[in-house]
Write a protein that binds this ligand. Structure first.
Ligand code: PFF
Ligand code: NA
Length: 446
């Protein structure tokens, strides 16, 4: 272990901003809407919200709690907190699988970050202006079919991530998150306003909130659970690592509520912005990962001031993707740095280049390497499904089981500042409701 003093956040606000920066990203604006579209709408949304409240939030708090007690990278934190509580150091495996998950997610996340960069450029050149659905669709498919272009976007995005993490200027991003995140919220509100003018807003609202329960399957519920983990950056050691920079004075429950609400509002806002456009233009709900890249440009290309709004939107999306990607690279770097003789800069380079190389396999699966490699899935889908549906839930399950069953009960109650009633609810949720929820969903989908 290093003798350096472990750093701390400059303030409670700084911590909230960093955690929000990690949580709010492509998961909210790119992934959530297309998963809703693929899963049949409101039933998925409601299960997702339930997963966020009953499983995501308690796991978020558990991860912070373990990280704060461990004051180290996720693997070491799990081991040392377990040891202090008189438990096996093998709990370290939870931290390690989180770090591996972060690495795998970063590889394909960066590919989508590259799309966002390319679309920022497209807004500037006026590529969306006056286009109909076919034109916008052709632009998107042209991008997917062009490995060189995808590689360029992926590489530039990953370089930005590596550059930021290598300099350790994550702190400097606090200020940026503070202004850009609200700006993203405002822009989404403008787009929701545009959705109202399409005359299909009501249809979108009912699609998002009026459930057709017959559309629900074990598969859908597992997808909702997996996405709850993905969107809150859980099961990857990220929140554990962020918790390790946390002082005693921060109220974990209140802070978690803030982060969860912001993340959820942005995701629902994205849904409300996108689905009116989908219905107004008869677009395919099942467009998958391309959904926002075909709906929003259509709106930007056909509304007053659309060029500047489009530019702002894709810039902010790229920024939100960057702050999340940084949080994905950080624990991998921390781990490499502490486990090898490499310097921070070299560790960043090694981890970043590794994820970049894997990302190339992911982006080729959209064109020249589209044959399934395993379980009928291409590399991109495989990485996505493997992490979201399996690794994240299982790792998060490990974290919450540990916090609920292996830590001294009273010390947790004191640390969270719970009343007697609050303590009962906390124990009920973390010992039974959340873990059983994860296990049931998991088993029923197999
Ligand atoms: N939570 C981010 C999002 O919703 O885009 C993605 C992400 C970041 C996932 C960091 C996992 C993570 F550790
Ligand atoms: Na998110």
């Amino acid at each position: 272990m290093s003798s350096k003093q472990h750093a701390h956040w400059s303030s409670r606000l700084a911590f909230i901003l960093a955690a929000t920066g990690s949580a709010v990203g492509l998961g909210n604006i790119w992934k959530f809407p297309y998963m809703v579209g693929e899963s049949g709408g409101a039933a998925f949304v409601l299960v997702y919200l339930l997963c966020i409240a009953l499983i995501g939030l308690p796991i978020l708090v558990s991860e912070w709690l373990i990280g704060r007690r461990g004051q180290s990278n996720p693997a070491n934190a799990m081991a040392s907190v377990a040891e202090k509580a008189g438990r096996s150091r093998n709990w370290m495996i939870v931290g390690i699988s989180g770090i591996l998950g972060a690495f795998l997610i970063l590889s394909f996340y960066s590919v989508i970050g590259g799309w966002s960069l390319y679309y920022t450029l497209n807004s500037v050149t006026g590529a969306f202006s006056g286009q109909d659905a076919d034109g916008i669709g052709a632009l998107f498919n042209g991008m997917l079919g062009n490995p060189g272009l995808l590689l360029l976007g992926h590489s530039v995005f990953m370089l930005l991530v590596i550059g930021i993490v290598a300099r350790g200027v994550t702190k400097g991003l606090e200020g940026a998150v503070r202004t850009l995140m609200p700006a993203l919220g405002v822009l989404l509100a403008v787009l929701v306003g545009y959705g109202v003018t399409t005359g299909h807003f009501g249809e979108a609202v009912s699609y998002l909130f009026n459930p057709d329960w017959s559309a629900l399957s074990g598969e859908t519920v597992l997808a909702a659970l997996g996405h709850a983990f993905f969107t809150l950056s859980l099961g990857m050691g990220i929140m554990m690592a962020y918790g390790s920079y946390l002082g005693e004075e921060v109220n974990l429950l209140k802070t978690a509520r803030t982060v969860v609400i912001m993340d959820t509002v942005i995701a629902l806002g994205a849904g409300l912005a996108i689905f009116p456009i989908v219905f107004a233009n008869d677009l395919d709900l099942n467009s998958g990962p391309g959904l926002i890249f075909v709906t929003l440009p259509l709106a930007f290309g056909n509304m007053g001031g659309g060029m500047i709004l489009g530019l702002l939107f894709f810039l902010l999306l790229t920024f939100a993707a960057l702050t999340s990607a940084i949080s994905l690279l950080e624990p991998v770097v921390e781990f490499v740095e502490e486990r090898t003789p490499l310097s921070r800069a070299m560790s960043t380079l090694v981890a970043g280049i590794g994820a970049w190389a894997l990302g190339i396999a992911a982006l080729l699966s959209f064109n020249v390497w589209s044959d399934p490699v395993l379980f009928g899935l291409g590399v991109f889908d495989l990485l996505d499904k493997l992490t979201s549906k399996f690794m994240l839930p299982l790792t998060g399950l490990g974290a919450i089981l540990f916090a609920a069953w292996r830590l001294d009960r009273q010390s947790v109650v004191d640390e969270l500042g719970l009343s007697a009633g609050g303590a009962s609810i906390w124990h009920l949720v973390t010992r039974y409701v959340a873990p059983i929820g994860v296990i049931v969903v998991f088993v029923s989908s197999l």
